[in-house]
Design a protein around this ligand. Structure first.
Ligand code: NAP
Length: 249
């Protein structure tokens, strides 16, 4: 089978909803074994049950990606439950949109802590196990906003731009060990995160998208599956946009 992740041991963060859930399910359909992680315990248990119904192995872990100690303990537990880790998908993220003049410190800190530090925490704790495996892939979910900026999203743009820099630095550090590290920069994807946006903002986004529609979480998942496969072994340190043409060039 092309783009195989069969029997690969995978961590997906933020797997209780939206893009993370779609990634976990698409990987499960491709035969991977998945550690599904999320702060929302009920949601991630549901994801695990849906994966088991597909016939693949899934174990749910409740974890706040922004808490280093919790992440470290969770990664140790996953490694013991799965006997190693080969693929890490850092997907958990939040938005706290507000114009900068009105943005409070907590909303800045929370967005950096969950999106950017969460990516550091899981990567830092999982990397030694990827190095031990004979195979390693890290895929970070950034955003086109990290490249182009957006009104009301200074915190989110800073966090996602940080993820892009982090991706490139770590890609260079681990390239000699044949581990690839890439980022996906989605545009406007239909998930609970974007469903809560006012209709006016949604229609403004749609006007900026040449393909004229929202992306689907599964479309992000298929790109992630390719980047995680053996066949993508010569791609590293890249930011791959999946945005209906919203940002070109
Ligand atoms: P979503 O539907 O809100 O899903 C995010 C998941 O992450 C939720 O289950 C959420 O739990 C969980 N989460 C939040 N804080 C967490 C924490 N501290 N630790 C662990 N899990 C946590 O969002 P989505 O749209 O699928 O977004 C997934 C990723 O794609 C994010 O990094 C986002 O920035 C990125 N992205 C999304 C879009 C888009 O248009 N949707 C575009 C570009 C990039 P709760 O529901 O309990 O908060």
């Amino acid at each position: 089978m092309l783009f195989s992740v069969k029997n690969r041991k995978v961590i997906v963060t933020g797997a209780g909803s939206g893009i993370g859930k779609a990634i976990a399910k698409v990987f499960a359909e491709a035969g991977a074994l998945i550690a599904v992680c999320d702060i929302n315990e009920d949601a991630v248990q549901i994801t695990a049950k849906e994966i088991e119904a597909i016939g693949s192995k899934a174990v749910a872990y409740k974890v706040d990606v922004g808490d280093y100690k919790e992440v470290s303990q969770t990664v140790e537990k996953i490694v013991s439950d799965f006997d190693g880790i080969e693929i890490l998908v850092n997907n958990a993220g939040i938005t706290r949109d507000m114009l900068l003049l009105r943005m409070n410190e907590k909303d800045f800190d929370d967005v950096i802590r969950i999106n950017l530090k969460g990516t550091f925490n899981f990567t830092r704790c999982a990397l030694k196990y990827l190095l031990k495996a004979d195979f390693g892939r890290i895929i970070n979910i950034a955003s086109v906003i990290g490249e182009m900026g957006n009104v009301g999203q200074a915190n989110y743009a800073a966090a996602k731009a940080g993820i892009i820099g982090f991706t490139k630095a770590v890609a260079r550090e681990v390239a000699s060990r044949k581990i690839t590290v890439n980022a996906i920069a989605p545009g406007f994807i239909k998930t609970p995160m974007t469903d809560k946006l006012p209709e006016e903002i949604k229609s403004q986004y749609l006007k900026q998208i040449p393909l004229g529609r929202e992306g689907l979480p599964e479309e992000v998942a298929y790109l992630c599956l390719f980047l995680a496969s053996e066949e993508a072994g010569y791609i590293t340190g890249q930011v791959i946009r999946l945005d209906g043409g919203m940002l070109m060039g």
